[in-house]
Ligand binder design. Structure first.
Ligand code: C5P
Length: 214
């Protein structure tokens, strides 16, 4: 990348979907591929930031970054708590499960246990629980009322910036290499970005981050 505008900054990025165990072989998961989070980590690193990537997926080229692999929302919370100490920004691109089984079975659940009731409890909200003096960026993946829902999350989670993403729009679905997002800022500004590669979306976000941090 042409710029080195994030040199000296430490940026924590989360990527991927969490997996919440049902038993030793099964989990509740979601469709997040981790591509957006990995693109953010790559962009930040290329622009000179010291990157800590907390991820449920392996990143193809993570040289020069600190990668912390996690599986569950609880593990992600603990990893983020540690990683944000002294950090300048936290970007929560991960799709954190909202529910997890109340208990995970110790052994593989047998077929003859059907019909099987799974009791689910809420997971901790990482953005709400992790406090500190750093720029906070969240994502809002929505299937309806994109801007309204994203605005609520911007305020509710005390964010500086939320990246609103209609996951039903063409080219914006899970696993795609492109994304179409709207950036919503704390001060009420909004910017609609066209459909573009996830790496280009990441560079846009880094442009704003660099401005906020410098
Ligand atoms: O409330 P919702 O899950 O839609 O909010 C999305 C944003 O909040 C994302 O940035 C996501 O990473 C973050 N999040 C979180 N902890 C959760 C759920 C979501 O930090 N338990």
């Amino acid at each position: 990348n042409r710029k080195n505008d994030l040199a000296g900054k430490t940026i924590v990025v989360t990527a991927g979907g969490t997996r919440e165990p049902i038993d030793p072989v099964r989990y509740i998961g979601n469709r997040s591929s981790g591509k957006m989070g990995c693109a953010l980590a790559a962009a930040a690193s290329a622009r000179g930031a010291s990157v800590k990537l907390v991820s449920t997926v392996d990143m193809p080229d993570s040289s020069g970054m600190t990668v912390i692999r996690v599986e569950t929302a609880a593990q992600m919370l603990e990893a983020v708590r540690g990683a944000v100490k002294g950090a300048d920004a936290l970007i929560m691109a991960a799709a954190v499960a909202d529910f997890r089984p109340l208990t995970a079975a110790g052994g593989k659940i047998k077929k003859n246990a059907a019909p099987l009731d799974l009791k689910l409890e809420a997971t901790p909200d990482i953005l709400s629980e992790v406090k500190g003096d750093f720029i906070r960026v969240g994502f809002a993946a929505e299937t309806a009322d994109l801007i309204d829902n994203a605005k609520k999350k911007l305020g509710g989670k005390n964010l500086d910036l939320i990246v609103a993403n209609d996951v039903t729009a063409p080219g914006s679905g899970f696993g795609a290499d492109t994304n179409k997002v709207t950036l919503l800022f704390k001060d009420g500004r909004a910017e609609d970005l066209p459909l573009m590669p996830k790496r280009a979306v990441a560079e846009k976000i880094m442009d704003y981050l660099a401005t906020m941090l410098n």
